[in-house]
Write a protein that binds this ligand. Sequence first.
Ligand code: EPU
Length: 463
Amino acid sequence: MLANRHSSFDRNPPVIIGGFPLSNDVLVVHGGTPLKGEIRVRGAKNLVSKAMVAAVLGDTPSTLHDVPAISDVDIVRGLLELHGVRTTMSGDQTLRMDPTNVVIAGVDEINVHAGSSRIPILLCGPLLHRLGRAYIPNLGGCNIGGRPIDFHLNALREFGAVIDKQPDGMHLSAPQRLQGIKYTLEYPSVGSTEQILLTAVLAEGVTELRNAAVEPEIIDLICVLQKMGAIIKVHTDRVIEIEGVDRLHGYRHRPVPDRIETGSWAAAALATHGEVFVRGAQQADMMTFLNVYRSIGGAFDIDDGPDGGIRFWHPGGELSPVALETDVHPGLMTDWQQPLVVALTQAHGLSIVHETVYERRFGYTAELRQMGANIQLYRECLGGTPCRWGRRNFLHSAVIAGPSQLHAADLQIPDLRAGFSHLIAALSAEGTSRVFGVDRYITRGYEDFDAKLAALGASVERP
Ligand code: EPU
């Protein structure tokens, strides 16, 4: 069994020569072995990191259970510590956060986290409420589109924040208590909805948010905030109403399981002709994915007992091509797109995938083509409704002709989800691949993935 090598935010960046890092940040994958066995998923990365930010709003400590050991959690923890929040992680991955002495952090110290994540932007509201000012470093996150923050900044200004953008980051201040707003998002953005929730809960008066995102992780964040004393009503048609309160206290919470990680292992089971039981996975938030999985020809079985999960497997026979479109919840999540595309390279016929959330989320297909996949990208909105990226020169639709026998290659991971897809492709390919950048990218969102691969019988090694 391989050791847990999840990375930490203070790890040195790898030396890159000739396009590939020379450090040991590489996994050698001997493909062709079906993944078989059981792994467990913990709390969703995209809830845990936000719940950690929410803890800053409380005037007593918070406790978050089932926190995954991933580097994105390390980054947020580092930022909280810099702002005086004392954090302790216990052996069972329970995180305790004590925000009773929140302080202003130094710009240089905060800038250490520049470019590492998108979470720092969500600290705006909590820090403005607690300290009257905030400094936010330049953001990071995966290079899958322009990823502007205009919705965040427009809303914050309406709440009454003053924003001073500098080359290295943003200084914000709240000359007086922030005031509730009426705001309609141009697009149901996850991060902007969270920004408005985290700011509105302690603002004076009522906030009405229209065209809000309603992803399960957002509903879970609302549960966290409600535990803290917030009053939030989720109406029909993406309308959320928040009644500002004067104080919030700490919470104790067990997060929703990570549905992106669940979908990633499910796709790996399909692409490698294997069988993976994902303990901790829950059906309700996976419904759209499960429908697609079944349409392709994948099989699954749900155990909804107390420590249950979902078993995913390739039932034999041919996989079927499908036409897919990613969308905001309850549509097909964009983060499921890349692992599913790898599985679709094994389907018999033409599949169409229209990516409507991000404009540049097919970059990783170049490597899949290098491995023998037959994937063509198009600028048009193929097979579905026109989206924001149509006629704007973005290659955001893909046609996948399968099945293709994938063969081994040297792969450079470009981002988190694409990285896991490269790994799936290497696992299902013939021969030995080298996947570079695993510690840098995959450990941002996949806990203990070396150990999980070993538990599933993958033939992988660290050189
Ligand atoms: N957008 C704007 N302006 C804004 C904010 C967003 O135009 O101010 C646009 C974006 O450019 C994008 C769309 O709105 O085209 C959706 O972006 P959203 O704000 O929903 O994404 P996010 O909050 O930055 C989160 C997840 C992503 C996930 C998306 C969509 C986190 C930390 N990240 O990003 O997860 O893909 O929602 O569900 O929660 C990942 O986990 O690997 C990941 C990329």
